[in-house]
Design a binder for this molecule. Sequence first.
Ligand code: ZN
Length: 275
Amino acid sequence: MQEMQLTDSEIERYSRHILLDEVGGTGQAKLAAARVLVVGAGGLGSPLALYLAAAGVGRIGLVDDDVVELSNLQRQVAHTTQRIGQPKVASAAEAAGAINPGVQLVAHRLRLDAGNVGGLISGYDIVCDGTDNFATRFLLADACHLHARPLVSAAVLRFEAQLSVFRSHLGPPHPCYRCLYPEPPPPGLVPSCAEAGVLGAVTGVAGTLQATEVLKLILGIGELLDQRLLIWDALGARFRTVRLARDPHCLLCGEHGTIRDLSAHGGAALARTPA
Ligand code: ZN
């Protein structure tokens, strides 16, 4: 068994992990070797980046093209009042790096598109969706299936959160995001947090649940939220999970699926151009 050479300070930092039979020194070495991409450095991405860094995940990529705004601070706890106006990826990297300078934080200040998504996710083992719009959500879901990357997905609105882990590249019975939502909703049908609001703490819990699924995935422990959708009604204080089945007629992962590249997202030619 390959053991990571932990320094005294690392043994102390990660002692509550190392105490767990399910983690130990071997698990801590797996965390150090893992590369996780967090798309969206907002309400979900904040707890994701902070907990993944605290846990010792070796490389954490952050994707966002926005700057910190005052209206973000009610929920996006990686940012600070002092950092208003700074790029969110730089602000989140600073917060996560202050918790754990031993992990590598890579700031990708860009908007995900069909031309850059493949190259970006290929450099990581696991992808987390912490975005707030359907265009990016579907692009990321398609790219993760086509590039064989697990997708740890969460969405929040008002007082509700939904979470799932998609590993459709492993084949049946694993569903993909499009088995659940075949197409983006018509513009304007589903409001965004900017339009309908969200209770800040709800994003914190949802992002922390995402971080937990990422750590389970890296460590290979427990039962993943795979083939299941977790729905949390915060007002009712109720969690429930529903079974997610693979759709044999799915456009992405179905046997006769028609989505074979990212051309539907307006960039197939771009996607094939070497960087
Ligand atoms: Zn599917």
